[in-house]
Design a protein around this ligand. Structure first.
Ligand code: PRF
Length: 376
């Protein structure tokens, strides 16, 4: 994998670049649609490629391991062959999902034991096991096994947890570097910075992660309920330590405003369920602001969802029609809304890239955030 930086914004830490994998290039800053169970919910692969034009999507180790399971994925030839997505895939390591989804979980030095949210069966994830699973899923970018601490988190717990995440990282690296991919293309492992909202822990973690000299690095443990300003100050601190010539991935973020602010701090990659999950609840992001399409006020608005955006779903269907689909609980409602919201998120990062290249990213960001975040 190679990462080359194309432009630097003169007024901020924002940059544009290209991350090249064996499944093709990723233009950064990038938003990665979340495809938890091998599908970006309610969206066809063809729509992802053409209308939304996503460079990369996410999958989750936790879900794919439980269902369909590793045998099915291995025999298919990996997740790309299984779901027909030909561009890059990143998989999260499962740690975060175990904490948020499974019924009971015990975290120990060896790993995490948990019960499946599907059938209650018992399983154990270890750093080594999670590397093997992600080898079998076959993502281009795989994530280290970590513990994401909740917010707020007592200092002592945050420190112990971070130290265990660092020991787990060494075990991940040992396993990853002594194994090979199954399907003939290269995979790369990103480590994850933790440390809750404590500056000294964040600094220490970023130094440990930087010292591993992997091809890219991630920031975890944020967007878990802390004030946005606290998140931004942690990102700024960590990005001052992580190598500038490697991609930086902020996990699970976020709102359009969060993404633009983090880009200004030097973050290159994002993922979040927000566009797709909100879409299924009728919350639409548009270039004019945020719409609850179920609201009565849209019942006779025959204008397109977002004429400013381009893209099929956003320009073809009217607000009144999509509102009707939601009120009638038609399946098409979630599909149109999901394609639209993802088109918006990919438009947002494309705009960011254009303005970074033009050298006016900060003034554009500051002028556009109030508009994008206003509730219509
Ligand atoms: N760790 C992992 N995945 C994540 C996170 C994390 O800390 C977050 C935190 N926002 C989202 N997804 N492995």
């Amino acid at each position: 994998m190679t990462f080359s930086i194309t432009d630097h914004d003169p007024q901020s830490k924002a940059r544009t670049g290209t991350l090249t994998t064996d499944h093709g290039p990723i233009q950064t800053p990038i938003f990665m649609p979340v495809g938890t169970a091998g599908t970006v919910k309610a969206v066809h692969q063809r729509e992802l490629e053409t209308d939304i034009n996503a460079d990369i999507i996410l999958g989750n180790t936790y879900h794919l391991y439980l269902r369909p399971g590793l045998e099915v994925l291995r025999q298919a030839g990996g997740l790309h062959a299984f779901n027909g997505w030909r561009r890059p895939i990143l998989t999260d390591s499962g740690g975060y999902q175990v904490y948020s989804l499974s019924n009971t979980r015990k975290i120990k030095e060896e790993g995490v034991t948990f019960k499946s949210h599907i059938d209650g069966s018992s399983h154990r994830f270890t750093p080594e096991g999670v590397m093997d699973i992600q080898r079998t899923i076959g993502a281009d970018i795989i994530m280290a096994f970590d513990e994401c601490t909740p917010y707020p988190c007592e200092y002592g717990y945050a420190r112990q947890s971070m130290e265990m995440t660092h020991r787990w990282l060494d075990r991940c690296i040992d396993r990853f570097d002594t194994t090979e991919g199954h399907y003939g293309y290269r995979q790369t492992l990103f480590p994850i910075v933790q440390g809750s909202t404590y500056p000294d822990l964040r600094r220490q973690s970023a130094e440990v992660i930087a010292s591993k000299e992997r091809e890219g690095n991630a920031i975890g443990g944020l967007a878990v309920g802390e004030p946005a300003e606290e998140m931004y100050s942690m990102i700024e601190l960590v990005n001052g330590i992580l190598p500038a010539d490697k991609p930086r991935y902020l996990m699970g973020v976020g709102t359009p405003a969060n993404i633009l602010e983090a880009i200004a701090l030097g973050v290159d990659m994002f993922d979040c369920v927000m566009p797709t999950r909100n879409a299924r609840h009728g919350i639409l992001f548009t270039t004019e602001g945020i719409i609850n399409i179920k609201n009565e006020k849209w019942s006779r608005d025959y204008s397109p969802i977002d004429p400013g955006l381009g893209g099929y779903a956003s320009t073809f269907y009217s607000k009144a029609y999509v509102r009707h689909l939601f009120k009638a609980e038609e399946l098409l409602s979630g599909q149109i809304a999901s394609v639209h919201n993802l088109t918006f998120y990919l438009w947002l990062v494309r705009q960011a890239r254009t303005h970074i290249a033009a050298g006016d990213f900060v003034s554009w960001k500051n002028s556009v955030i109030p508009q994008l975040m206003q509730r219509l």
